[in-house]
Ligand binder design. Structure first.
Ligand code: NAP
Length: 448
C-alpha cells in the first residue's frame, strides 16, 4: 500500500515534510515540484551568499532527492502548468511548501519611488534568482537605509559593506559583486522602530558585523541600556543579553579608517520616503518603547540616502482554489491540515518566522496527518503529472538534470567561489540541451 504525495515547493519546509513521510510507518511515494529548475528554495536564493556553511544543509536534501521513492519535477509551476484540481485527482495528498516570496510594504508615502527595493527583491538579486536578475538596483549613492532589525536586514547590510575579498568564498554573482564594489556607498543604516533589546537579530549574525575587513559596525552608546531589564530567565533573555553585549562591544571599539560603515540606529520609524521620482532621503520619527510597542514621540528627523530597502518581513501569496487569510498571508489550517488531502508546511502555513530547522516540526505534523488521513487509492500520481505536462509541451527538469546544472555551476566557479550560479532559467536549461563534449576533444588528444 503506497500513499502518493505531491509536495509543491522544494525549500526546507518541503524537504522536512518529505523526510518525515519517508521516516513514517506508511509507504509513501513523493513527487517534489518546483517552479524553478533548481531545488532548495530559500537555501539557494534566500540564505546569504557568504553563508555557505548554512547552505550545506542541501546535502541532507540531496540525499532525500536520491531516494527511489522520491522524484523531482523542476520547472513546473502549479497554476500555470498543472492545476490544483489535477494534482488532487492524481495524488492522495498534496502539500504546499511554497513559502513567502513577496515583500511586506511599509505603507508610507514615497514607497513607489525609484530606489525603494523590497528585501525579497534585493536578496533575490544578490543571490542570482532568475526573477531578479534584471533588477539592476542603482547603487550610485553614498548612503542606504535598510528598514528593520531582523536577520534579513543584517544580511543585506553585511553584503553591502563587505569587500570583494570578503566575499571571495561566496557565490555572490559577478554582476552583483561588481555593482557593490563599484558603488560609492559609505554608510548603510539599519533602522529599528524599537530598541536594541527588541531587535530580532540572532547573535551569530550580529557578531559577524564586528569582523568585517574594511567596514565598521557603528552604534550610538546612548541608545544602549545598561541591561536587558526584567525579562524572565530563559533562552530569549540570554539571546538579548548576548546581543546587548555585542552591541556594547561595537559602541566601545576604537574608530578606524574604513571604506564603509554599518550603522545600527534604534528607536526610529520611517514615516516618509523623500525625493522626486527617485529616493533622496528618508524621514523618520523617533520612538520609545511602551509595553513592548514602538510609540512615536512627535520628534522627526531626516537622513539623505539614495536607496531604501524595507526588510520588514515577507508575505505568501494565495494558491488558487484554496482559502487564504489576507491578514496573516497564510492558508488557514489546523496544524498543517487544510482539509484531508491538502496540507501546508513552512511559511505559507505559519508566516515568515524561524530559522531553517524551525520547519522540521511542521513536516513531522503533516506527515502524521497524511498517514492518518490517506490510503492508497490507486491514484496515477507521477504518470498522470508527466502525461499532463507532456500534453502541454512542458519538459520537467529531473533530479539527474539538476545534477547536471549543479555540476556545470560548480565547474564554472572561479576558486575559491564554490559555484557560479546560472542567472536565467534559459541558461540552466541550455546545459541540458548541450551535446556531451566528445571524449577525445576533452582529453586533448588527436582525434585521428
Ligand atoms: P523579522 O525577523 O520578522 O524582522 C522584521 C523586522 O522588520 C523587525 O525588526 C520588525 O520590527 C521590522 N518591521 C516590521 N514592520 C515594520 C514597519 N512597518 N516599520 C518598521 N519596521 C518594521 O523578519 P526577517 O528579517 O524578514 O526574517 C524572516 C525570518 O527569516 C526570521 O525568522 C529570520 O530569523 C529568518 N532568517 C534567518 C537568517 C539566519 O538565520 N541567518 C537569515 C535571514 C532570515 P518589530 O520587531 O518592531 O516588529
Amino acid at each position: 500500500m503506497t500513499i502518493q504525495v505531491a509536495i509543491v515547493g522544494t525549500g526546507p519546509a518541503g524537504f522536512y515534510a518529505a523526510e518525515a513521510l519517508l521516516k513514517s510507518d506508511a509507504e509513501c511515494r513523493i513527487d517534489m515540484i518546483d517552479r524553478l529548475p533548481t531545488p532548495f528554495g530559500l537555501v539557494r536564493y534566500g540564505v546569504a551568499p557568504d553563508h555557505q556553511t548554512t547552505k550545506r544543509v542541501t546535502r541532507v536534501y540531496t540525499k532525500i532527492l536520491r531516494r527511489e521513492e522520491v522524484e523531482f519535477f523542476g520547472n513546473v509551476e502549479v497554476g500555470r502548468d498543472v492545476t490544483l484540481d489535477e494534482l488532487r485527482s492524481a495524488y492522495d495528498a498534496v502539500v504546499f511548501a511554497t513559502g513567502a516570496a513577496h515583500d511586506c510594504s511599509l505603507g508610507i508615502p514615497g514607497e513607489d519611488k525609484g530606489g525603494v527595493i523590497g528585501s525579497a527583491s534585493f536578496v533575490g538579486w544578490y543571490n542570482a534568482h532568475p526573477d531578479m536578475r534584471d533588477l539592476d538596483p542603482d547603487l550610485g549613492c553614498t548612503a542606504a537605509a535598510v528598514i528593520g532589525n531582523g536577520n534579513v536586514a543584517i544580511d543585506i547590510a553585511r553584503v553591502l559593506v563587505k569587500t570583494r575579498e570578503d566575499m571571495a568564498e561566496s557565490d555572490l554573482p559577478p554582476y552583483a559583486a561588481d555593482a557593490i564594489a563599484r558603488s560609492p556607498l559609505r554608510d548603510v543604516y539599519m533602522f529599528g522602530r524599537r530598541g536594541p533589546i527588541e531587535a530580532k537579530f540572532t547573535n551569530v549574525e550580529l557578531r559577524e558585523m564586528g569582523h568585517l575587513e574594511d567596514a565598521l559596525a557603528v552604534v550610538d552608546p546612548a541608545q544602549l541600556p545598561d541591561d536587558v531589564g526584567d525579562l524572565p530567565e530563559g533562552r530569549d533573555r540570554r539571546l538579548k543579553e548576548k546581543n546587548l553585549a555585542t552591541l556594547k562591544g561595537f559602541a566601545a571599539q576604537a574608530g578606524r579608517e574604513v571604506a564603509r560603515r554599518a550603522h545600527f540606529a534604534f528607536f526610529a520609524t520611517p514615516v516618509e520616503i523623500l525625493g522626486g521620482d527617485r529616493v533622496e532621503g528618508l524621514r523618520l520619527e523617533r520612538t520609545r518603547v511602551v509595553a513592548g510597542r514602538a510609540v512615536g514621540t512627535g520628534e522627526f528627523f531626516e537622513i539623505p540616502c539614495g536607496l531604501v530597502i524595507p526588510a520588514v518581513g515577507y508575505r505568501s501569496i494565495a494558491v488558487e482554489g484554496l482559502p487564504f487569510d489576507e491578514k496573516s498571508a497564510t492558508i488557514p489550517n489546523h496544524d498543517g491540515r487544510v482539509e484531508p488531502g491538502i496540507y501546508v508546511v513552512g511559511w505559507i502555513k505559519r508566516g515568515p518566522s524561524g530559522v531553517i530547522g524551525t520547519n522540521r516540526p511542521d513536516g513531522v505534523k503533516v506527515a502524521g496527518h497524511i498517514v492518518s488521513d490517506c490510503r492508497d487509492s490507486g491514484k496515477p500520481a507521477g504518470h498522470r503529472l508527466r502525461s499532463l505536462l507532456a500534453g502541454r509541451g512542458v519538459g520537467p527538469v529531473s533530479f539527474a538534470d539538476w545534477e547536471a546544472i549543479d555540476a556545470a555551476e560548480i565547474a564554472a566557479a572561479v576558486p575559491p567561489a564554490p559555484r557560479r550560479k546560472f542567472e536565467t532559467v534559459a541558461a540552466m536549461l541550455s546545459v541540458l540541451e548541450a551535446p556531451a563534449a566528445p571524449a577525445l576533444a576533452v582529453s586533448g588528444s588527436d582525434p585521428e
